[in-house]
Write a protein that binds this ligand. Structure first.
Ligand code: DGP
Length: 113
């Protein structure tokens, strides 16, 4: 999708620090890490947010989750992690391309909001 920063990262137009890539998904390090390990996992196909998950695209979401344990392992996480997806303005979603934050590498805050 034109002017989508994560579509450009998925296409290799904008460089990223890649952790894992295959034909369907890309995992790369967040530019503004909020934990010692902070990786974003995205579908290469543009989906705007969790709010746009449907029966037609949910197999891709399942595929992302099937791969998250491996992404966390490759990223060096050994003692647990948090998976977050901000959806919409109240959740402070800043990039309107579905992404799952994987945060770990140290004990995280107990509160999520
Ligand atoms: P969210 O607020 O959930 O939409 O998170 C978007 C995240 O994307 C935020 O933590 C910073 C990250 N980010 C934004 N632009 C770039 C970029 O160009 N490269 C990388 N690696 N991360 C980015």
């Amino acid at each position: 999708m034109e002017n989508c920063i994560f579509c450009k990262i998925a296409a290799g137009i904008i460089p990223s620090s890649k952790v894992y890539e295959d034909e369907k998904i890309l995992a790369f390090r967040d530019i503004n890490p909020q934990a010692p390990v902070h990786v974003l996992v995205i579908p290469k196909k543009h989906i705007a947010s969790v709010d746009k998950i449907t029966a037609e695209n949910s197999s891709l979401i399942a595929y992302i989750f099937e791969n998250i344990p491996n992404v966390a392992k490759i990223a060096g996480i050994t003692n647990g992690y948090r998976v977050i997806s901000n959806c919409g303005p109240d959740a402070c979603q800043t990039v309107p391309h579905l992404h799952f934050h994987i945060l770990g590498g140290a004990p995280l805050a107990e509160k999520m909001a």
